[in-house]
Design a protein around this ligand. Structure first.
Ligand code: ZN
Ligand code: ZN
Length: 133
């Protein structure tokens, strides 16, 4: 089990079991949401995550504004991104690794959306590098 919380502490969570993967996402939207160069995501089934506290949701939609493809959930008080739901893989969540209380064991082995990767970013230990998610 792992525990985590947002910056202000209004949202806490617990995870159970082993994650499906730990993935770095270089996409433009993750750069903008995080304010950093990429996001680090612990990918798990929704049954492995228990959240305490209220989240707000930002829905990312397709170009014609119909299909929701990502629901980005964040703390409404401090703005920390907490978890993203990928609409096309129902039941699978991406928990933001930076919110874990112990991040020392987080070892990303997958990177996605490398088409948007900044030229000054190079990460060791990636077993899988995909151009898109
Ligand atoms: Zn917060
Ligand atoms: Zn992304």
């Amino acid at each position: 089990m792992a525990t985590g919380k947002c910056l202000c502490g209004a949202v806490t969570f617990e995870t159970s079991g082993d994650p499906i993967a730990t993935a770095v996402c270089h996409c433009d939207h993750c750069q903008r949401q995080s304010g950093g160069a990429f996001s680090v995501n612990v990918v798990m089934h929704e049954s492995q995550l228990k959240i305490n506290g209220e989240l707000r949701t930002y829905e990312e939609r397709g170009e014609n504004n119909d299909d929701v493809y990502v629901r980005r959930k964040f703390c409404p008080t401090c703005g920390s991104p907490v978890v993203s739901e990928l609409a096309k893989t129902a039941g699978v969540l991406a928990v933001k690794a930076g919110l874990l209380d112990d991040r020392s064991g987080v070892k990303p082995t997958v990177e996605v959306w490398c088409v948007d990767r900044q030229p000054w970013v190079s990460l060791p230990g990636m077993a899988v590098s995909l151009d898109r998610e």
